[in-house]
Design a protein around this ligand. Structure first.
Ligand code: AHG
Ligand code: MN
Ligand code: MN
Ligand code: MN
Length: 333
């Protein structure tokens, strides 16, 4: 079988008119950064990269060393290529500007450099999530305002999962495509074309320790799942919760299911737990491109009009029928 690399895949996307040369370069550079992050993640204690960085980020979270390292790798890889107007990161409070002596391009790149930080020190899968938007014309020095575009305007989105294998999962608006890192060759090989979220599912992912804080619609939905065969759903469901969004969503994309981080009494003041611009939006685009659905419970995630770079939203995504059911419980439809 012919082994297709990510580079070949992207060249073919460009020939088909789906991406231009700048977006191709951007995605190549993100993939290169992902390889460098994978090296650091896999060395773990051998490279002295585990543990706390000793600083807090803008979300009030204690940064891990790998949060900081992954952020630096992504910023440094992307800032000089000439394809970006600016960047934004979970780990940086404001817009990351392109240094004045480098050329600028037409895209905005947003990322969660290391997702699932709480799992780093216990050697469980973590990931990187990214989203690409167009810089609105006429603004050479983008401000926060320029990033605040609804998710349906994303031109590309993806994630890397650093698990037993490192995989890159990508969409440029024409289906979801997965690549597996061949460590010896140092290249991503095209392993899963057109991923689809299976409709029929028996799995759900939610942090059940928050059950007492959930709203009634989520309580009702999960309660029905837990009643199993003898309940209204008439079948047994299994629960999985990695606590790395990337790993949990990757499972949903691979074998179906539903992933929820809903609004609850603990996160209500902040509007949710997960961040809209670099967690919810890219994952929502991927899941929709794979035939699934993604909602806050009350609104399609990709239609949420952002008001702040680090804004949080409730997230309910995965197999379409399940998401529609949870939405119906919220809206009373
Ligand atoms: P991050 O490590 O980038 O800050 O994101 C953590 C997120 C997400 O990956 C995961 O779904 C969730 O936090 C886990 O939350 P709990 O601590 O409630 O399990
Ligand atoms: Mn974090
Ligand atoms: Mn995250
Ligand atoms: Mn993170």
């Amino acid at each position: 079988m012919r082994r297709v690399t990510l580079t070949q895949f992207l060249i073919e996307q460009q020939r088909a008119g789906r991406i231009n040369a700048d977006l191709r370069l951007l995605l190549e550079v993100v993939a290169r950064a992902v390889k460098a992050i994978a090296v650091n993640v896999s060395k773990g204690a051998l490279a002295g990269v585990l543990g706390e960085a000793g600083t807090d980020n803008v979300q009030g979270e204690a940064q891990k060393k790998l949060d900081v390292i992954a952020n630096e790798i992504l910023v440094q890889a992307n800032e000089w290529g000439g394809h970006l107007a600016a960047m934004a990161s979970e780990e940086v409070e404001t817009v990351c500007r392109i240094p004045f002596d480098y050329p600028k391009g037409g895209y905005l790149l947003l990322f969660d450099p290391l997702d699932g930080s709480s799992n780093i020190d216990v050697n469980i899968s973590v990931g990187t999530i990214f989203s690409v938007l167009r810089n609105p014309p006429g603004d050479d020095e983008p401000q926060e305002q320029d990033f605040l575009q609804p998710g349906h305007q994303q031109v590309a989105a993806g994630y890397a999962v650093y698990g037993p294998a490192t995989q890159l999962v990508l969409t440029v608006g024409n289906g979801v495509h997965a690549f597996t890192l061949d460590r010896e060759m140092g290249s991503f090989i095209y392993t899963q074309p057109y991923m689809t979220v299976p409709e029929d599912t028996k799995e759900y992912a939610i942090n059940a320790s928050n059950a007492r804080f959930w709203e009634a619609p989520v309580k009702r939905y999960v309660d029905e799942l837990q009643q199993g065969k003898s309940g209204p759903r008439g079948k047994d469901f299994n629960m999985r919760w990695v606590a790395s969004m990337v790993a949990d969503v990757h499972r949903v994309l691979t074998r179906g299911g539903i992933f929820m981080y809903p609004l609850d009494e603990k996160n209500r003041d902040k509007g949710g737990k997960l961040r809209l611009m670099y967690e919810a939006n890219p994952m929502a685009m991927l899941v929709e491109q794979a035939g699934g659905a993604a909602s806050t419970g009350r609104e399609r995630i990709l239609d949420v009009a952002p008001v702040a770079l680090h804004q949080r939203v409730p997230v309910i995504l995965g197999s379409k029928d399940e998401v529609e059911r949870v939405v119906a419980y919220h809206t009373g439809a």
